[in-house]
Design a binder for this molecule. Structure first.
Ligand code: ZN
Length: 168
C-alpha cells in the first residue's frame, strides 16, 4: 500500500469510527473505501464545528448543495434529550433551492416517524430551522417523542443527501 498524497509505504489498515480504511502513518491521509473515508471526515469535521454525532450526517446532507450553510444544531453534543433541529442560512440567495429542499423533505416525510418542517426565524439574520413538528408547546414534548425525532435523523440525512445531490 502506498499513500496517495505523500507516497509513503507506511500505510496501515485501521478501523476508525467503525469503518475500515487505510491510514498513512506519515501524513495522516485516509484512503480506501470512498464512502467510509467521507463518513469519517464528515464526523471529524462536524465535531470540530461543535455538532453532535447524531446531527452531523444531516448537516452534511444540507451542505452538500453548497447553498445551505448550517450555523447551529441541536442536540448539543451529548445532550440527547433535546429535540433535534438544524438552523441554516441560504448562502447564495438561491431561493430555488428552498423549493428543492422542501420537496425532498416532503418525500422523506413519507417514511419518518415525525413530520419534519422548515420554519423561518429572524435572528441576527434570516435563518431556516429544520425541525420535527410537535403540535404542542416545547415543554410538553415527551422524551419518547424526542427519541422518535432523533431516530429519524439518519433516514432524513440519507434521503436529503440523495435528493439534494440530484441538483435542481
Ligand atoms: Zn501520506
Amino acid at each position: 500500500m502506498e499513500c496517495d498524497v505523500c507516497g509513503s509505504h507506511n500505510v496501515l489498515q485501521r478501523t476508525i469510527e467503525q469503518r475500515l480504511v487505510e491510514e498513512c502513518q506519515l501524513c495522516g491521509h485516509l484512503q480506501g473505501d470512498d464512502d467510509a473515508v467521507r463518513a469519517i471526515e464528515e464526523l471529524q469535521d462536524g465535531r470540530e464545528r461543535g455538532f453532535d454525532d447524531t446531527v452531523i450526517p444531516l448537516v452534511h446532507a444540507l451542505e452538500s448543495t453548497e447553498v445551505f450553510r448550517v450555523v447551529r444544531a441541536s442536540p448539543a453534543p451529548g445532550a440527547r434529550r433535546e429535540s433535534p433541529q438544524v438552523l441554516f442560512r441560504l448562502d447564495k440567495g438561491e431561493t430555488a433551492y428552498l423549493e428543492h429542499l422542501m420537496r425532498a423533505i416532503e418525500f422523506s416525510n413519507r417514511t419518518t416517524k415525525r413530520r419534519w418542517i422548515v420554519e423561518l426565524s429572524l435572528q441576527h439574520e434570516l435563518l431556516y430551522v429544520l425541525k420535527p413538528r410537535f403540535m404542542k408547546p416545547p415543554t410538553e414534548v415527551t422524551p419518547t417523542e424526542i427519541e422518535q425525532a432523533c431516530a429519524d435523523l439518519p433516514r432524513l440525512a440519507r434521503s436529503l443527501r440523495r435528493d439534494l445531490g440530484r441538483g435542481l
